[in-house]
Design a binder for this molecule. Sequence first.
Ligand SMILES: Cc1ncc(COP(=O)(O)O)c(C=O)c1O
Length: 397
Amino acid sequence: MLKEDIQNRIDKNYNFKFNQNAQNLELYPYFNEVSTASSPVIKVNGANMLNFGSNNYLGLTTHEKVLSESIASLKKYGSGVTGSRLLNGTLDVHKKLENKIANFYNKEASLVFPTGYTTNLGLLSSLLTSEDIAIIDAQIHASVYDGLRQARCTIRSFKHNNIEDLEKTIMSCKIKPTVCVVEGLYSMFGDAGNIKAICGICEKYSITLIVDEAHSVGVLGNKGRGAAELQQVMDKVDVFTITFSKSLGSCGGAIVGPKKIIEFVKVNAKPFLFTAGNTPASLTSALTCLNLLDANPSFIKELHQKKDFLIALLKEKGITPLSKDGPIISLALGNDDQVITTWKKLMDKRVFCNPVLFPAVKKGKGLIRLSIMRTHTIEQLKLLVSSLESVIQSNTI
Ligand SMILES: Cc1ncc(COP(=O)(O)O)c(C=O)c1O
């Protein structure tokens, strides 16, 4: 038996109640079991489905070279490093990857973390204090919020991608904000950050700009470095954070920027120091994916061709995505019931995608989030659109 105080807390929790109700109604959209690699077709709960629910934008998680190099790494270094980077958990592969990332971004240094989440958490919680003000886009990822909360700094958000509101927010601060944190490509609406204009504002007020390119690495810019590259302001961004868990087909993350910041974070960030280093195979997967991306900028073009094809087809059918900037194709659906019903109908048609519900978005602003992979075939994209068309038609009947 649970003690009464814990029992009450759990029973009152919104997410817990939602999960219980949805499970009872057999409309539970989360924790589906996938029993194959992340490919355009995956097995979900035992059934083959078209996969429009991954962040494997370049389709590299199953690339032959990624697999062979990662297997060799597993054999050479074993399955885990069994300790903190500070002590026994730094491999030569960490160093190779950090050098590669720093060179790729043309910055002084880089530091690899076990996840993208701990990358933002470690950077922000160590760099800032309760005396700082951090300015963030209203749509910023939870890892940024959590890092700022851990730093106990004052958090001021500006309207999503709204440059006038950014400047108004800065001007309303009693002291000069220390950092501004934004994203290269936002994961809910799929739109690119207005990095060029934000650089101008940060320069004007002398604010350190941090851009999280988690979803834009491998997706935006000629070399796939993200939104800042696409908008030709790489040198104006002070620090980038990236994750390996999307286009870089692995798990982990990194900060890339001035050596002094990297050296500071390295000896102060608790989410870096008090956790074990990345597994060897995951480091090698990320390194191999980055090398592949560097050698094959055509991958990015191929992804955008698929995306443009899909958007044109959707438009023909009267379906308008929220953004056409990248491979995240979000469709505005409405309230949670409408989103879940649509998601379930798509699952019944063997289309796997992600529902986005409150509290991830405002009440009544739920989304169906589709993500495209470079390796989807035109035929698969056509199948997606015909499934969507019939599901959306049936919703309105
Ligand atoms: C913008 C952003 N930053 C950081 C993260 C965390 O990355 P990871 O899942 O690799 O920990 C995510 C994850 O979705 C993200 O969207």
